[in-house]
Design a protein around this ligand. Sequence first.
Ligand SMILES: Nc1ncnc2c1ncn2[C@@H]1O[C@H](COP(=O)(O)OP(=O)(O)OP(=O)(O)O)[C@@H](O)[C@H]1O
Length: 233
Amino acid sequence: MSVARVHGRAWVGEAALFAPVDLRLDQGGWTCLLGPSGVGKSTILRLIAGLETGARFEGEVATDRPVALMSQDPGLITWLDVTGNVTLGARLRGEHPDLSRAAELIAAVGLTDRAHHLPENLSGGQRQRVALARTLFEDRPIVLLDEPFSALDARTRAQMQDLAARLLAGRTVLLVTHDPAEAARLGDRILLLREEGLSEWPVPTARPIGAARPYDAPEVLSFQARLMRGMMA
Ligand SMILES: Nc1ncnc2c1ncn2[C@@H]1O[C@H](COP(=O)(O)OP(=O)(O)OP(=O)(O)O)[C@@H](O)[C@H]1O
């Protein structure tokens, strides 16, 4: 069953951004979206999230569940510390944030010792982990992740992929990534967006529930290589 759909095409000025697409998100699965820079991946995420895009879209966007979006830019509030940023959504809605859950997520992304630091005192990768914790804190059934691990070192990236796979088990996730290795670990479906439209890559093996595929499994490595070759074509 699909819980979100983008069906249509987009232009920036007079130039077509991508050919007509029909992207459906399956309930409870991770869909990875890859494609060249500027082809419109973030635009698709923003359309699903109901946000402004720089593009003109003609078509239909449908979502039947609440959505959380983690943008490429962590977008942290400069005068709030890590805990304040993680709980921002709840505060903006006038709710009392669950501070123990926030602390658990901050620990899960490895930032307990930074919980009271301001964003200006964090590295790029640490800011990205705050944004990930904030997105997880929102606890939404549909989660849109725009290159969420791009600023992380390889080891932390693998750990955050494992964490996201575990904490988002059962959620519907759309993950934009430039990294074929990441798609090979996390995708239940893998889509490639080009100007000509969307194409789908069959995934190597079923993904274990609540976990990423092992980064060093031979079938994951060979799939990653095939996907890379496809992206180069
Ligand atoms: N606010 C905006 N105003 C005008 N044009 C924009 C705006 N935002 C994006 N664009 C243009 O829309 C196109 C698609 O951008 P988008 O960010 O969706 O691409 P992308 O595939 O996510 O790229 P990347 O992989 O580099 O993040 C680009 O050509 C970009 O220049």
